[in-house]
Design a protein. Sequence first.
Length: 99
Amino acid sequence: MRTNLTKKDIVNSIYMKLGFSKKILDVILDDILNIIVENLKVNKKVKISNFGTFEIRYKNERIGRNPMTKEKKTISARNVVLFKPSKEFKKFVNKTDVL
């Protein structure tokens, strides 16, 4: 069973459905992803209807622990990207006849 979905897989899937050039589809996919990233940087939140919301949140510095060695380390403060799926997305994922 495959666990990773690559950009190449997405381009090939769209190519099989629409028949556009793979080079053009690769550029379109790059543009879509860049639009999402740039809007996240500016607005800190991107909502895609019927899919979900991407949001940037700030996490403070904290103490973490290596579970194997029990060694304590400081985890630096940073921004993280969170994804919250929409109700429609959740319904689709939880359908019993999806697969």
